[in-house]
Ligand binder design. Structure first.
Ligand code: FAD
Length: 192
């Protein structure tokens, strides 16, 4: 399989980065081709500019968007790894969606309504959260975690085969619990 990992964390020493390293190792050990898109490290510009929007409205794809879209179309599968920030993805990842998932490539409007165009792809979403699972349950907030990426974006683009892993309370876990998560992540890559 060809797998595009879209990684979002500013710190290369973060727990999220360790998740990236482990899933990449697992995927590669079982023969998958992996392309990592590290949004902070590459200085991805999350702003869809007025000029770019005008080009898109004329049916033209600006060069930097074409490069991103080529990588997206290359992949059979997508993996997203990010920390939960304000019950959502970090803004730079939101910007990647704004820039890359254009009308005509990721979805289109037809007489039957909106049609997702990426339905042949599968996806995995790995999220870390500072809050405990109990906090999300008590505040009726579990559904907020899935809404921005899985429901609001991937599903809209036709990607229904989405698996999730959410790791809560990251800072309060023991070292052994964190190591177990990293092992589990490596195995999930091997068996993706
Ligand atoms: P890190 O801080 O890098 O690490 C977490 C722990 O893992 C640390 O103890 C670290 O020592 C240890 N660790 C790091 N690397 C390894 C390794 N290789 N092996 C073993 N252990 C390791 N949380 C919510 O629940 N809801 C929110 O709405 C929310 N909003 C936020 C908004 C902002 C702007 C920010 C900055 C944080 C927010 N948080 C929120 C908290 C955030 O989700 C967590 O801080 C984040 O998920 C933790 O992941 P990390 O990779 O940054 O962890």
């Amino acid at each position: 399989m060809k797998v595009l990992i879209v990684f979002t964390h500013p710190n290369a020493n973060s727990f999220n980065h360790a998740l990236l390293e482990n899933i990449q190792a697992g995927l590669e050990s079982s023969g998958n081709e992996v392309l990592v898109k590290d949004l902070y490290q590459e200085g991805f510009n999350p702003i869809l500019s007025a000029a770019e929007l005008a080009e898109l409205h004329k049916g033209k794809i600006p060069p930097r968007i074409a490069i991103e879209q080529k990588q997206l179309l290359w992949a059979d599968s997508l993996v997203f790894i990010y920390p939960l920030w304000w019950f959502d993805r970090p803004a730079i990842l939101k910007g990647w969606f704004d820039v890359v998932l254009t009308n005509g490539l990721a979805f289109e409007y037809s007489s039957e309504g909106v049609k997702g165009l990426l339905k042949h792809k599968k996806a995995k979403v790995i999220i870390t959260a500072g809050g405990s699972k109990q906090y999300f349950i008590d505040n009726d907030a579990l559904q907020l975690i899935h809404r921005p990426v899985t429901d609001g974006t991937l599903s809209f683009c036709g990607i229904k085969d989405v698996s999730h892993k959410i790791y809560y309370d990251i800072a309060n876990l023991s070292d052994n619990e964190r190591l177990a998560i990293l092992e589990e992540t490596k195995h999930s890559g091997q068996n993706f």
